[in-house]
Write a protein of this length. Structure first.
Length: 337
């Protein structure tokens, strides 16, 4: 019996959210002003934003290579990464995370679950960095009394988290043994086996971070990757709103990172547009201009990840259909475990 039906039923709320948000943002914008704003973005700006986004993906692939313990060549990590983004643009539930793990695991000589665990660790770094961008830019973009204290507090918490990750990475074998022993003593809890599997997979992903140098390299490379994206977002925003600063772009990008946790259609369609219209509206940018900016940046993202993802699947000797099929199969296996 297939589980495709229930899977798409679970995906339905995301499509509904995306459709509702898109309907709202288009309804409150002026079509003429929106079209004028879109046409006013120079092609060279979009080309530069595309190049910067590509550079950010280059840096992200380098960080993933470190997380994989240098077991894989950079080009294999790069193509698998982009293939995963292409899958994310097509099917829901961020299935591209599993797709990139599927593609890179044979190249790295590790299991699918080990490769997926490195993606989980990367996502943890992303959450910290995006939240840092959001909170850290607050004092300069909004007049909020508690903003500076929050920025300093979050900075301390982020540094503390890196220390905790380093300690866990060094003690991962001992922790894995303790977790396995605990689960064996409480075998009557069916959910315990699944939680144990996730925990052990996460510990596997920390293997490369047991030493300070790889930990610092991953943090710096991912920070640089997001910094390049801020440059891309800021360049495009200033083409539409000359008085805008790059801190506005950092605030917007951090807000997007938090906003895409909301269920949506693949690729964050609708949610990204809604978040940017809301955030930029708070900064005094009219709805039509904000929506034009969101559509331009989302378009750049789709084009870059679409082209690089399609090329990556070809380079790795796969087809899009087979990658999606294997990804869905892994998803069903995980649900039934």
């Amino acid at each position: 019996m297939t589980r495709a039906g229930p899977a798409w039923q679970r995906a339905l709320p995301g499509f509904v959210v995306s459709a509702v948000v898109l309907a709202i943002v288009f309804a409150v914008s002026d079509p003429r002003a929106l079209w004028h704003a879109l046409r006013s973005v120079p092609l060279w700006v979009l080309a530069a934003a595309s190049a910067l986004l590509t550079l950010s993906l280059v840096l992200r692939a380098l960080s993933w290579q470190v997380l994989l313990g240098q077991r894989v060549q950079w080009n294999d990590a790069f193509w698998a990464l982009n293939a995963g983004y292409l899958v994310n643009n097509i099917i829901p539930f961020r299935a591209g995370e599993a797709a990139r793990a599927l593609l890179v695991a044979p190249k790295a000589g590790v299991s699918f679950w080990h490769a997926l665990s490195t993606v989980m660790v990367e996502r943890l770094f992303d959450v910290v960095l995006l939240a840092g961008m959001l909170v850290g830019s607050l004092p300069w973009v909004l007049d909020v009394p508690w903003a500076r204290q929050a920025a300093w507090g979050f900075g301390g918490a982020a540094a503390g988290l890196l220390v905790v990750l380093a300690v866990i990475a060094r003690q991962r074998k001992r922790l894995a043994q303790s977790l396995t022993t605990w689960q064996q003593r409480h075998a009557r809890f069916r959910w315990g086996q699944r939680l144990l599997g996730w925990a052990l997979a996460f510990l596997d992903g920390l293997e490369a971070l047991a030493s300070p140098a790889p930990l610092a390299a991953v943090a710096l490379l991912l920070a640089a990757s997001w910094g390049v994206q801020i440059a891309a977002y800021g360049l495009t925003l200033r083409a539409l709103v000359p008085q805008a600063s790059y801190l506005w772009a950092a605030f917007a990008l951090g807000s997007i990172g938090m906003g895409i946790a909301v269920p949506s259609a693949p690729g964050g369609l609708g949610v990204l547009e809604g978040v940017l219209v809301f955030v930029l509206g708070a900064l005094g940018i009219d709805t039509s201009t904000a929506l034009a900016y969101a559509l331009a940046m989302h378009g750049v993202y789709y084009v870059v990840t679409g082209l690089l993802g399609a090329a990556g699947i070809q380079v790795l000797g796969m087809t899009l259909q087979s990658v999606i099929g294997q990804t869905l199969q892994k998803g069903r296996a995980r649900e039934e475990a």
